[in-house]
Ligand binder design. Structure first.
Ligand code: AMP
Ligand code: ZN
Length: 111
């Protein structure tokens, strides 16, 4: 499924719901998390609807998604530290079933 009309991230990607876009490529988009758990909390999201990390098998898309964190870190400043994570499945804490990587950073985040 390319697009799920019930999916909050698909609604944001299609422009039905507004959100703060931090960065994007042809295949991926980076949003500000609406309930940040760190001073900087972004979500790195494929533009196509893919349920979770296990369902993401396209090497071109994986490369696109995984090339983004270093770009965000560089934009934040030299040697910016960050945490990158994904919750794969409900039991792991996933609540939005459209693949996303949490990118967390900011001063004193890991203290
Ligand atoms: P997860 O629990 O891994 O599925 O993470 C879902 C994340 O999406 C949470 O950190 C939410 O705060 C975030 N979120 C939910 N709705 C929105 C939204 N409309 N815009 C931005 N982030 C959102
Ligand atoms: Zn979706």
């Amino acid at each position: 499924m390319m697009h799920d009309s019930n999916c909050i991230f698909c609604k944001i990607i299609s422009g039905q719901i507004s959100s703060k876009v931090i960065y994007q490529t042809d295949l991926s988009i980076v949003l500000q998390d609406i309930a940040p758990q760190a001073p900087i909390h972004y979500l790195i999201i494929p533009k196509v609807h893919i349920q979770d990390f296990v369902a993401c098998t396209d090497p071109k898309l994986i490369l696109d998604l995984m090339s983004i964190p270093p770009i965000l870190a560089q934009q934040l400043g030299q040697d910016a530290a960050f945490k990158l994570s994904t919750n794969n499945g409900y039991a792991a804490g996933q609540r939005v079933f459209h693949l996303h990587f949490h990118f967390m950073s900011g001063k004193s985040f890991s203290e």
